[in-house]
Design a protein around this ligand. Structure first.
Ligand SMILES: Nc1ncnc2c1ncn2[C@@H]1O[C@H](COP(=O)(O)OP(=O)(O)O)[C@@H](O)[C@H]1O
Ligand SMILES: [Mg+2]
Length: 222
């Protein structure tokens, strides 16, 4: 599902070169549920954004995601690829405030195959599945943090993606609620043969995944 070799992102700040992320080698198979573990500032978000095709690497030998060579794709091709095949749960959830839960989940489909009756049915089904049957028409401001997180998760799943990328999805909330949401995500992803890659600084949430990889070890690998 993911094959990475010699990947790096550096930023220039004035006359300084800042290395945001380096990965020597990383291979993740279809259907795997993997945690990438690393302290704050180690490049977790940068790595996820490169896998998602949002951030372009400064150096790369190989970057294959879902059998597609991202290095050979234009920005608009990467955007289309992401819309169809990748679901993302952002660190800050990024729900659109004027839209209710159901609309926020369905909006995820705009960048995939487009909205239709099937989209609405899947959105309702996902929201029911995560316990939000009676919150479909609440606005984000009328939901608890845990409920917002569930809506964000349903939005990531709406297009039946091959790959889910989650950036510290448990945020600062307590592990009991957060852990429950992550369990649901892993359960649905497992049923749909969807690969899940989560980055986190928290060893306990990483332990919920099948496989844990230390980001610091990836830097050394060549
Ligand atoms: N746009 C940018 N310009 C300059 N430096 C950046 C930029 N984005 C990230 N960095 C730096 O790269 C490092 C890794 O950032 P990030 O990927 O957000 O880490 P993490 O998600 O692991 O906390 C940090 O030191 C950060 O300051
Ligand atoms: Mg981050």
């Amino acid at each position: 599902m993911i094959e990475i070799e010699q990947l790096a992102k550096t930023y220039r700040r004035g006359d300084q070169l800042v290395t945001a992320c380096t990965v020597g080698h990383l291979s993740i198979g279809r259907g795997e549920q993997v945690a990438l573990l690393g302290q704050s500032g180690l490049g977790k978000t940068t790595l996820l954004n490169m896998i998602a095709g949002i951030v372009r690497p400064s150096q790369v030998r190989k970057l294959l995601v879902a059998d597609q060579d991202l290095t050979a794709m234009s920005e608009s091709a990467r955007d289309r690829f992401r819309g169809r095949h990748v679901g993302i749960v952002f660190q800050t959830f990024n729900l659109l405030m004027p839209f209710d839960s159901l609309e926020n989940v369905m909006l995820g489909a705009l960048f995939g195959q487009g909205s239709n009756q099937h989209t609405r049915e899947r959105a309702e089904e996902l929201l029911r599945r995560v316990g939000l049957a009676d919150r479909m028409h609440h606005l984000p401001g009328e939901l608890s943090v845990g409920q917002v997180q569930r809506v964000a998760m349903c939005r990531a799943l709406i297009n039946e993606p091959q790959l889910i990328l989650a950036d510290e999805p448990l945020g600062n909330q307590d592990r009991k609620t957060g852990g429950e949401v992550l369990r649901l995500l892993l359960e649905i992803a497992g049923e749909e043969d969807c690969t899940v890659v989560m980055v986190t600084h928290d060893p306990e949430s990483a332990a919920m995944m099948q496989r844990q990889i230390d980001l610091a070890d990836l830097r050394q690998a060549s």
